[in-house]
Design a protein around this ligand. Structure first.
Ligand code: DP6
Length: 352
């Protein structure tokens, strides 16, 4: 289509990623440079995904945005950064006229927003990818690297949603952040038996957002100082476990890293509590299952919220799922009394 057209629209979806080695803390707030590298698994986007349409028209008088049907201000620093950075990085695209036009953004998630299920990561990755398609990004690898940098402007962990499979966000060393972006450690086809169960403990918006929480942790937690010293080793061990498809090691490291993230949150002053009693019951159940099998068969991880993400292999899904449903029967009650899967609890790992 040519730039003379009055309206052009592109729709993309981006999957959620759930970290097994967590990002928590920035060494540079403005450039969104993390204090440690992190590693995540990108989930199947048929079940958990953000969907974003972006449109440009010479008739639009201002940039506007709707999230899950409600109009939101585009005048937040993050949206402004994403728009500015993406336009800047795509300035050599074919559609220079359209780069100057206003954009309308319509985004929806098919999972609870801001309940600690990485909604903003998928949302920002989707926005940046849609804009790149709309403006007709040229070339290959270097453009992807630039894309990753601009989607990180919205939410650090967003850069990991650009790839499928197992994805590391290397913290980088350079002050300008140009070596801090995501790389694929292994495609999903490398370990096709990997499965995820999402247990929604509570779908309410969290009290303390990740950005604010991690900032307070950096300022106040002594334990965090220790955490950053062990993260390179942990990243290496996790990468090795993934390459070897060694589930017991993958699972143990996943649980240890989640536990340390929440210990660091407790060591933050004032303390931050993301997990609830139900979250802790899920942890106990997972350890009880692993004790019975005398091997790590299932691993939990929790982000900045009470909801559990369980990693396990396909062959173990039926027995783990039946135990979870036995101890936490699905209920219509709202609040902490219920644990249930989202519409389809078993989520295969899959590409973007
Ligand atoms: C606990 O990417 O939401 O999910 O960069 O401040 O937007 P900002 O934070 P965000 O933090 C995610 C933290 C986490 C762990 C992870 O996904 O690695």
């Amino acid at each position: 289509m040519s730039a003379e057209n009055t309206f052009r629209c592109v729709t993309c979806t981006a999957p959620v990623n759930i970290a097994v080695i967590k990002y928590w803390g920035k060494r540079d707030e403005k450039l969104i440079l993390p204090t440690n590298s992190s590693l995540s698994v990108t989930l199947g986007q048929d079940e958990l995904r953000a969907k974003t349409s972006v449109a440009v028209s010479k008739d639009y008088t201002q940039d506007r945005m709707w999230l899950n049907g409600k109009e939101q201000s585009v005048n937040t620093p993050r949206i402004q950064n994403v728009l500015k950075e993406t336009r800047k990085r795509l300035s050599d695209s074919q559609n220079e006229t359209e780069l100057l036009q206003n954009v309308h953004i319509v985004s929806e998630n098919n999972f609870p927003t801001a309940a600690g299920l990485a909604s903003s990561a998928a949302g920002y990755a989707c926005l940046v990818y849609s804009l790149s398609q709309l403006y007709g990004v040229k070339g290959e690898i270097s453009d992807i690297a630039r894309l990753l940098l601009s989607c990180r402007q919205g939410s650090g962990s967003a850069c990991r949603s650009i790839y499928g499979g197992f994805v590391a966000w290397n913290m980088g060393e350079l002050e300008d952040g140009s070596d801090s972006y995501a790389v694929q450690v292994a495609p999903e086809a490398h370990w096709p038996e990997m499965r995820t169960l999402i247990l929604v403990v509570n779908d309410q918006k969290k009290d303390v957002g990740s950005t604010e929480g991690m900032q307070t942790t950096i300022e106040t937690s002594d334990l965090m100082k220790h955490r950053v010293t062990i993260m390179d080793r942990r990243m290496e061990a996790m990468t090795e476990a993934i390459k070897k498809r060694d589930f017991p090691t993958f699972g143990k490291l996943t649980m240890q890293d989640s536990n340390q993230l929440h210990a660091v949150c407790l060591d933050t002053y004032p303390p931050i509590f993301y997990m609830t009693d139900v979250s802790r019951q899920v942890i106990r159940l997972v350890h009880a299952i692993n004790d019975i099998y005398e091997e790590v068969k299932v691993a939990y991880t929790f982000d900045a919220g009470p909801n559990a993400c369980l990693y396990l292999l396909e062959e173990d899904v039926p027995r783990v799922l039946s135990l979870v449903q036995h101890f936490f029967p699905p209920s219509q009650d709202k609040g902490e009394k219920f644990v249930t899967g989202l519409s389809v609890p078993e989520v295969p790992v899959c590409s973007k």
